[in-house]
Design a protein around this ligand. Sequence first.
Ligand code: UTP
Length: 290
Amino acid sequence: MPQKVKKAIFPVAGLGTRFLPATKAIPKEILTLVDQPLIQYSMDEARESGIEEFIFVTSRGKGSLEDYFDRSPTLENHLKKQGKLDLLKLTERATLDSGSIAYVRQHDPLGLGDAVYCAKNLIKDEPFAVILTDDVIVSKKPVMKQMIEAYNTIGGEMVALMNIPTEEISNYGVIEPGEQKGSTVAIKSMIEKPSVAESPSSLAVIGRYILTPKIMTNIAQLSKGTHGEIQLTDAINHEAMMGSNVNGFIFEGHRHDCGSKIGYLKATVSLALTRPDIKNEFKEFLNSIV
Ligand code: UTP
């Protein structure tokens, strides 16, 4: 059985330009779906998947993310005194133990590959998960848990996959598929943001990965790729092209692309409609305006 996946990297150093001007002052990861920041969804998924160590790759202006996971004694005492135990529980869920969390800085937004590489010294020689907060995935079993279970059987490098319509394929990393067994697809090669003509399939990489330290070595040797960035896809593709064990996992769940305005709005509406405290009134409101 492969080594246990205990660590997760959360790359949160991007500039979030699609949400300007808000992201001039607020990290994209702190934007809320109803009342919960995007980062909390990723954190819940990681914890429920058995992740024990959380590594955030941050950048200038992301200080509120560190505050978010910190204790807040004044607020906690206030809620205790008022007997608001439900709210207290919610704030405690947003707190991480000091020893389980680490922050590293990416000085320049040189791309996802570079962001992951910034955590190299904290990863050492263990396999690790990468979770992109932009992708909020609603599923019965957390997607990272689904992947870790598959990884425990087959090992290697693993990326989450979903079918994407042709007109959107050029926004994604796309795989050239080999043999498929159940939800697992062998990957022959990968290409970042291909044109429709170049695209080897409709299977695109979504923001969940399980990687081995070999990928760190590959990133160190990469030069800038698509959009002048160090691409994580290129580092994984190197392994696939060498014939290493690289697989895609077609997950069960509904993915919301919260990195785009329209995806974020759709996620807000969908999640609000599942919330017992507001759904009826919200539905009535939607019916009245549409
Ligand atoms: P995106 O491609 O969505 O970039 O990054 P972005 O900067 O967040 O947003 P836009 O495109 O300008 O609106 C995907 C993920 O990779 C992280 C981002 O924080 C996001 O979670 N990332 C990207 C980094 O950590 N560093 C980078 O240099 C680039």
